[in-house]
Ligand binder design. Structure first.
Ligand code: HEC
Length: 152
């Protein structure tokens, strides 16, 4: 009986944590994005990013993210809280999306991360980032904001 209560409390905790991670506003580079703009970012994400980074940001190889596969290359990393995207500040992430990844110079060890500067406007890139930030929890968002302020 007691076990069942603990299970129920755990479930309630999960639901509460889940609610906490659906923010009304997201800040990118000091600009506030509302839920409508986040939804636009989600659409761009679905069109341009999800094929590699996963529909929910789970990464190309969710079972072994950031590990080389049979070809010896590392795939698209997760953007959700499990990944390390939230360790980087806004400028770094925006530049990465605009100009492409390390794979452009090291295609042997990484699957390609294309540059999106020709396809997406700066506003669209920021909206995508706003959407990616909804995949993190409050603490991760706060820490990422600190990285942004530190210029990281
Ligand atoms: C063709 C597959 C592919 C597509 C499409 C793609 N990516 Fe990537 N992305 C990768 C790979 C592979 C890496 C890791 C290798 C590297 O860094 O070059 C990566 C790395 C990244 C990184 C740096 C790692 C991190 O999490 O901090 C960011 C940020 C990123 N991608 C964002 C995006 C966004 C946003 C889009 C959509 C606009 C996108 N990517 C579309 C394959 C892709």
């Amino acid at each position: 009986m007691r076990l069942r209560w603990i299970g129920l409390l755990g479930l309630l905790g999960l639901v509460l944590v889940g609610c906490g991670s659906q923010p009304e506003e997201i800040i990118v580079r000091g600009v506030t994005y509302d839920t409508k703009q986040m939804a636009q970012g989600q659409q761009i994400y679905a069109q341009s990013c999800a094929s590699c980074h996963g529909a929910n940001g789970e990464g190309q190889f969710p079972d072994a993210p950031n590990k080389p596969d049979g070809t010896g290359r590392i795939g698209a990393p997760p953007h959700n809280g499990i990944g390390h995207t939230w360790h980087h500040g806004d400028e770094m992430l925006i530049r990465y999306i605009r100009e492409g990844g390390i794979s452009l110079t090291d295609p042997v060890n990484f699957y390609p991360m294309p540059a999106f500067g020709d396809q997406l406007s700066e506003d669209e890139i920021m909206a995508v980032l706003a959407h990616i930030k909804t995949l993190w929890n409050d603490e991760q968002r706060t820490r990422q904001q600190q990285a942004t302020e530190a210029g990281g």
